[in-house]
Write a protein of this length. Sequence first.
Lengths: 278, 340
Amino acid sequence: MTTGDAAGDVMRFGIDPTKSSIARAYDAALGGKDNYEVDREVLRQLQAVAPAICDYAWDFRNLLIRITRFLAGEAGITQFLDCGSGLPTAENTHQVAQRFEPDAQVVYIDNDPSVLAHGRALLVENEATVLVEADIFDPRQVLDNEVVRKHLDFSEPIALYQMATLHHYNGQRSPQSIMAEYIDALPSGSYVAISHYCDPETPEELHKLSRDIERAFLRSPMHSGWFRTRAEIGAMLAGLELVEPGLVPCADWWPDGPRLKPLEPERLCTLGGVGRKP
Amino acid sequence: MISPHGDAKPKALICAVDIGYGFDDALAQGTVKTRFIPWGFGVAVDGPDVSGGAGAQVGSPTARRIILGARLRRLREAAEISRGEAGYAIRSSESKISRLELGRVSFKERDVADLLTMYGVTDPERREAFLEMVRQSNQPGWWHRYTDLVADWFQDYLGLEESASRIQTWEQQFVPGLLQTEDYARAIATRGWAALATERADRQVAVRLRRQALLARPDAPKLWAVIDESVLHRPIGGRALMLAQIEHLLELTKRPNITLQVVPYQYSGYAAEGSFTMLRFAERELPDVVFIEHLCGALYLDKRAETELYSRVFDRLTVDAHTPDQTRQLLTKARAEARV
């Protein structure tokens, strides 16, 4: 429910067929079927500058899965706050976490009306999993939410995710200060995972490529996707101890096995990793 | 005749099926091309009779035929052979190849063997895999025992429903077929007239209940149903029967694979779309399909531009509707009111 109190407010959810949704464009890149022509158009425009754009999207998804495995398994985390759930896909955070710890509490946050409707129908399949409507770039909205408070115990370690989300934010307040407020609210022993589009700065080819992709994102019907530097992304995890190997291209964070061929250049234009709050 | 929605229709009593303005608009704008589907899928019954459990396999004969067709098309295109040339090779026509590749008619082993040869598939194991698919696609589904009362087009629907990984349905007038109690289904089959409570009606109800078995399968599809609020207040079969139906909905919506959302009165009048059902398949080869019932049968849409239009409508309905939790509260309230 977005707005909609007055009797005259009939169309609560305008669908603008000329605008792509971030969630649906990811779904298209991941080979899902919950996307529209305009979302596939975003993909085609990106493919023109970065042919491996689908692998690029998979790198983000697979990183989320590997990090969840690490946190639920090795680190023994049982509470997850996943900001920006996106459309349900084959393997979602709660499925991975609850394989290790069936009672793991997973709270998804999103504010796209269609993502919320899909999530309530297709994602929330047990008592330990909830989906909350809030703006993930407004930490107070998330942290003060009643349902979030009810499902997560803020005196015990929590894993907080901002994965493939902050690069779709370009608001007034800096992403670093948003993350600082989240981190401040977490108890010691908590983990924060992020992944982000990155401008590697050097070598020159990668710097140029990352800015070409950024332009393609911003010109596409999605109008979103900002590339930041290692220093800018690193500052989002200020005060945390980075888990080995630190912030690296998403595909290089504890890959599942050996690699037989080098990564395509665009796949080097991401950074992801996990930090632990001391 | 039985159909996916609320609806066993004795031929003597025709009930009006509303095709909404949204669809008419799309037609007027030329964005939707309709195809009526007298495909005669039912003609494919030449295998042995198969008892109830056959539908529980992944992929019904209907779905297998569509997948097989898509694979043959890719082979033909890779071999750079035209539909006309391929048609000639099997003593047939370009349009026959077109129908085969869309999975709309049944395959003969001999034809597929000839096509494989023409497309350069010589590996015996690979050929055998294709021919095995032909045999499987010609196995009858469980509904073929009811061919006397299940219309051809609805057999197509059943074949696809069995294979769906997700079923999305918008229903304005009835509780969706998969969620009906036996009594509710019977009340519709007999139009509430004792005189119509015949053996035929019993068998129609049996088809409905047999269909519902798919929701309890280990690999059950996800059912995402959106209904108009009026459905809860339309006392089909009388108040006691409706109360039992509401209790049944409360029970079913506890299952993780069943989601029900009610569109409140204040939003539903504007939607203007008639009831429809969308089927989604796990297989990449299978496009989403939309079924819309009308008086003479059903429309079946599978072109992306068409299904996308319905997808967007369904998206909007799910956003306008009460959430699944709110819907359960509404059902609890309706149950309390029905008990008074």
